[in-house]
Design a protein around this ligand. Structure first.
Ligand SMILES: Nc1ncnc2c1ncn2[C@@H]1O[C@H](COP(=O)(O)OP(=O)(O)O)[C@@H](O)[C@H]1O
Ligand SMILES: [Mg+2]
Length: 259
């Protein structure tokens, strides 16, 4: 196929998911290249979350194939995909509100290692889990907040903690579903700065409505409308694409604010 591009880390081939009369994912094909930050944008109801849920195995497609790291993972359960290096954050993660930040991350690392949550007590004590958890917290800027109980963290800090939880599983691909949703201006700016750092280390698929953030972060952008890919390309090409303007960006003034 394409000689110049490396093998994709993720390849989705003719994916279809229906809900009754609605085709939430409509013959969707796309590729994510190792190292890129690939944004997925589109209007509400375009099928962004449904796509992410199929990538993680929380929703099964009616037809089509998902390849991850060269393997057909279409029928693999979520936990097996997670062990292969697929991690999801946001719009789904449930932090344990009564536990400290570091306990949340250590538990996630432990669960990923294949141990039952039943033994959570061990996660507190086990040196390698705590070291890994502390490293993940440092990466998201929460190093000094490690011992704070989740319910005492700000909304923005909880988002950062969700990222640390995902990072603790050492993902090859991080799937982020609207990390800026509900964040204020300052918190959003912090999240963009954080994602700019993380994208140097891990391949990211980012679903996001904040167009300023998307155009600041993305290497490539896929645009979904009614479950279909209407465009895929570098930010400049997407910004100029007539069909994209008509279907989505035309009424998004944020996109023109970025140089
Ligand atoms: N569990 C579900 N049951 C029925 N319809 C669903 C379900 N999940 C999503 N849909 C429908 O699929 C379409 C895509 O939804 P979604 O993936 O949430 O879009 P987005 O994340 O882009 O806003 C919408 O029409 C939505 O109503
Ligand atoms: Mg959604």
């Amino acid at each position: 196929m394409a000689d110049s591009l490396p093998d994709p880390l993720l390849r989705v081939d003719k994916l279809v998911r229906r809900y009754g009369g609605i085709t939430a994912t409509d013959n969707l094909s796309m590729e994510v290249i190792p190292g890129e930050l690939h944004a997925i944008i589109g209007p509400n109801g375009a099928g962004k979350t449904t796509l992410i849920s199929q990538l993680t195995g929380q929703v099964m497609p009616n037809s089509g194939t998902i390849y991850f790291a060269g393997r057909d993972v279409t029928h693999l359960p979520s936990y097996k995909r997670s062990r292969l290096g697929l991690a999801r954050s946001f719009q789904i993660t449930s932090l344990l509100k009564d536990f400290s930040a570091i306990d949340n991350v250590a538990l996630a690392a432990q669960a990923h290692d294949g141990h039952s949550f039943r033994f959570w007590g061990n996660a507190r004590k086990e040196r390698h889990l705590r070291d890994a958890a502390r490293a993940a917290l440092e990466r998201v800027g929460l190093g000094k907040r490690a011992d704070i109980v989740v319910s005492q963290l700000s909304h923005g800090e909880q988002r950062e903690l969700e990222l640390a939880v995902a990072l603790a599983t050492k993902p090859k691909l991080l799937l982020l579903d609207e990390p800026m949703a509900g964040l204020g201006v300052t918190e959003s700016a912090r999240m963009v700065a954080l994602l700019k750092e993380l994208r140097k280390e891990v391949t990211i698929v980012l679903v996001e409505h904040d167009m300023e953030a998307v155009f600041a972060l993305a290497d490539r952008i896929t645009v979904l409308v009614y479950g279909r890919v209407i465009a895929c390309g570098v930010p400049d090409a997407i910004r100029k694409d007539e069909e994209v303007k008509r279907a989505y960006l035309g009424d998004q003034h944020a996109v023109t604010r970025h140089g």
